[in-house]
Design a protein around this ligand. Structure first.
Ligand SMILES: [Zn+2]
Length: 392
């Protein structure tokens, strides 16, 4: 079978076309349709495929294998028939905005920072690009500023397929050694790169480019970038969040960071104070407790304060065992258990086995987490202590 004629190579702005159905066979849970020509860009070079319709059939995915493009459809088409096709243009244009945006940014970064672009992924809702060297936030800020400058200068994007001879004299970026016909996408003064995907005619159509985040990737960096409509949507979402915070906290936008910091300091101070008050109550509550072990349950008490209560109690009653549990039946408990008389490590092992205790400690004190109900915990701990008493 001949290679599918790629109409998107000739005109990235073509949305509809007529083609002849060469083959239609059942796929895993769809139909695989091969045409003589198509405007559907298949998944390749890190970019997701186009979507759209062929006649009455919805095309959800498009793949390419040995130059033959396979359209995954929800309905079969008659081989030999003519079919009208149309891609989801809104989505394709957004992909073009993000792909051209990435070329602009990568051209600038690779040139200015001497690194190489080693990875690219243009997915449904995000676009990532990897470079082989770490980049500072100043370098990224400057590259982002320059990329937007290039966008607003509305430079023409040139696409060509140079001969082998011409390619030899051309300095261009390429993620891997390419064979066969090489398509070059050039943004004059910024970037020359081998690429098979549809691109904007002019940089201005990308509108805006924003680096959303940067993370360490292998020896270099991975950037998350948004261009065009995606950048606009992200700005809108971020404004909605800010507006909500301005309203909830009755604080002007520019003072939000200080306000949140003050609130978090206040919450920290209150929780310390609340914990201290609860500690005083706990100390009184267990002071004359006749049972052994003495177990107490509480909420919102800091672990260091629980340890303090237990140490204070054991200093007065060295012959006893004391345990504090902070939490609830639903969320589980954070526990501290101590005794000078019993081996707490042995108790930890038994609790691990019976109640799924997670944690550790010394033979005098253990701490960790337990996901069980209060009644079950109390019963089990008392039973284990009695068993051990009887074996002594
Ligand atoms: Zn590309």
């Amino acid at each position: 079978m001949n290679r599918t004629v790629t109409l998107y190579d000739e005109d990235a702005y073509r949305r509809s076309f007529t083609a002849t159905v060469l083959d239609c066979r059942p796929g895993r849970d769809d139909y695989e349709i091969i045409l003589d020509q198509t405007v559907f860009f298949p998944q390749q070079g890190g970019q997701v495929s186009d979507r759209g319709r062929l006649g009455e059939a919805f095309i959800s995915d498009v793949q390419i294998s040995d130059g033959i493009i396979i359209h995954h459809a929800d309905k079969p088409l008659e081989p030999g028939s003519k079919v009208e096709g149309e891609i989801d243009w809104q989505r394709r244009f957004e992909l073009m905005q993000n792909h051209t945006g990435e070329h602009i940014l990568s051209g600038i970064i690779c040139h200015a920072c001497g690194c190489r672009n080693v990875g690219f992924r243009l997915a449904e809702d995000n676009c990532t690009v990897d470079y082989d060297l770490p980049l500072t936030s100043q370098q990224l800020e400057e590259a982002e500023r320059m990329a937007n400058q290039v966008i607003w200068e509305n430079r023409e994007v040139l696409v060509s397929c140079p001969s082998e001879e011409q390619l030899k004299n051309l300095d261009y970026r390429s993620k891997k050694e390419l064979e066969g016909k090489i398509r070059i996408v050039e943004i004059p003064g910024v970037d020359v790169c081998a690429c098979c995907a549809p691109h904007l005619k002019h940089t201005g159509e990308a509108g805006l480019l924003k680096i959303i985040s940067a993370e360490k990737h292998k020896n270099g960096v991975r950037l998350y970038i948004l261009s065009g409509q995606r950048a606009f949507r992200a700005l809108k979402e971020s404004q909605e969040v800010t507006d909500q915070l301005v309203h909830e906290l009755s604080t002007p936008r520019e003072k939000l960071p200080q306000r949140v910091e003050a609130l978090s300091l206040l919450a920290e101070r209150l929780s310390r104070e609340l914990s201290a008050v609860k500690v005083q109550l706990l100390v009184r509550q267990i002071a004359d407790e006749p049972s052994d072990p003495v177990l107490f349950f509480c909420r919102d008490v800091l672990e260091k304060d629980i340890r303090e209560v237990i140490n204070g109690f054991l200093a007065e009653h060295p012959e006893k065992t004391c345990g504090g549990f902070c939490g609830s039946d639903e969320e589980g408990y954070r526990l501290v258990l101590a005794s000078a008389r019993h081996d707490m490590k042995k108790l930890a092992a038994a609790l691990r086995e019976r109640l799924g205790f997670q944690g550790g400690g010394s033979s005098q004190m253990i701490q960790g987490n337990i996901r069980a109900e209060r009644s079950g915990i109390e019963e089990t701990v008392r039973k284990l202590m009695n068993e051990e008493d009887n074996t002594l």
